[in-house]
Design a binder for this molecule. Structure first.
Ligand SMILES: CC(C)(COP(=O)(O)OP(=O)(O)OC[C@H]1O[C@@H](n2cnc3c(N)ncnc32)[C@H](O)[C@@H]1OP(=O)(O)O)[C@@H](O)C(=O)NCCC(=O)NCCS
Length: 160
């Protein structure tokens, strides 16, 4: 039986994390390792996905990640994740990463990432609630996610 789950607002999945860059996170240039930020992004996105679907969700793909500016030791890293679109068993999660200068409070966008998570029940993909998009911004995010997904599926098809 295919039970329709009640829709959930994108606000349900909103997830904020704050980290501080310590010397053990840094490379020889004193900026953070890409892999460290990717780990923070994956955690933030997993929490957002799980808040939306109310289940365990696993990372299926990283659809895009842009490193826009370096992050240095001592800076405060602010991550904000949200579900942009919900499909059948998968969801696209966006994570935006800013740094905050502790002296001035000035914020700079350093990374943007889009990830696909799949909800799991008894070791198998299971349905996720639809996303209840209302505002023009939520609708635009959903539309962009639909386009990224269709490009990814097309790439998978053409790669066999
Ligand atoms: C992701 C995973 C659960 C998909 O399982 P599967 O049996 O291939 O599932 P299906 O083919 O039925 O696809 C289920 C959904 O996953 C999506 N999916 C599967 N593989 C994907 C991929 N590589 N990229 C993006 N989405 C993918 C499908 O599009 C489908 O979405 P939809 O239901 O919304 O249309 C499985 O491949 C897996 O367990 N991968 C390892 C996950 C993992 O260990 N992550 C890192 C640690 S958290």
């Amino acid at each position: 039986m295919n039970v329709q789950l009640p829709p959930r607002s994108p606000k349900t999945s909103l997830t904020e994390m704050t980290e501080i860059v310590l010397p053990q996170h840094a490379n020889a240039l004193g900026s953070v390792f890409g892999g460290q930020v990717m780990a923070w992004i994956d955690i933030c996105a997993a929490v957002a996905a799980q808040r939306h679907c109310g289940r365990v969700a696993v990372t299926a793909a990283v659809d895009g990640i842009q490193f826009l500016a370096p992050i240095h030791v001592g800076e405060v890293v602010l991550l904000e994740g949200r579900v942009n679109a919900a499909f059948t068993t998968s969801m696209e999660v966006e994570v935006l990463v800013d740094v905050e200068d502790p002296a001035t409070g000035l914020r700079t966008r350093c990374l943007e990432a889009w990830l696909t998570f799949v909800a799991i029940d008894r070791n198998r993909p299971c349905p996720v609630p639809p996303l209840d998009v209302q505002t023009p911004e939520e609708k635009a995010r959903q539309q962009a996610a639909i386009e990224r997904r269709s490009q990814r599926l097309e790439r998978r098809r053409s790669n066999g």
